[in-house]
Design a protein around this ligand. Structure first.
Ligand code: DAT
Ligand code: MG
Length: 150
């Protein structure tokens, strides 16, 4: 079973319960879930790959501006399927190309885009460990009936 990292961003925190229902309705198991506010240092580390981009300081300011929900999602093809449910990075583009996507429904533009998803299995592993260092990626956290595995 594959895992990916998902984060509901501050602009969509008020819609977190609704977004979680969409996630579970798309057959993901939410294996971990924690609400927190990122410090600037932690945000810079998480988004380190973008540190030289012009939008970096705005991104850090935005992502630290309120509560986020960090989650581990479990599903076959979790990485690709969560990116697909998210939609394109820019919520304006998402509204055109993927109107049912989470970024179309809950985001606003290229910065305030409601949620994050790991872009590869290796990024998923890094990002899951960043927020949930104890998480066991080798374990399946649900049975085929959708029940909690012990
Ligand atoms: P994604 O979140 O789809 O993986 P990314 O990794 O390229 O996109 O960028 C990380 C985040 O940075 C993205 O969710 C929103 C912000 N961002 C990306 N491109 C931007 C831009 N041109 N202007 C402002 N913010 C941007
Ligand atoms: Mg990315």
């Amino acid at each position: 079973m594959e895992h990916t990292f998902a984060m509901i961003k501050p602009d969509a925190f008020e819609n977190a319960d609704e977004i979680c229902k969409i996630i579970e309705g798309a057959d993901f198991k939410i294996a971990e879930k924690e609400s927190l506010t990122l410090t600037p240092a932690k945000a810079k580390s998480f988004y380190g790959e973008h540190k030289d981009r012009a939008f970096f300081s705005g991104l850090i300011e935005f992502i630290t501006s309120g509560t986020i929900v960090a989650m581990v999602l479990e599903k076959e093809n979790a990485v690709v399927d969560w990116r697909s449910l998210l939609g394109p990075t820019n919520s304006k583009q998402a509204e055109e190309e993927a109107p049912d996507s989470i970024r179309a429904r809950y985001g606003t533009d290229v910065q305030k885009n409601a949620a994050h998803g790991s872009d590869s299995p290796s990024a998923a592993e890094r990002e899951i460990k960043f927020f949930f260092p104890e998480f066991d990626l080798t374990e399946t956290h649900r049975t085929s009936q959708g029940e909690e595995a012990k």
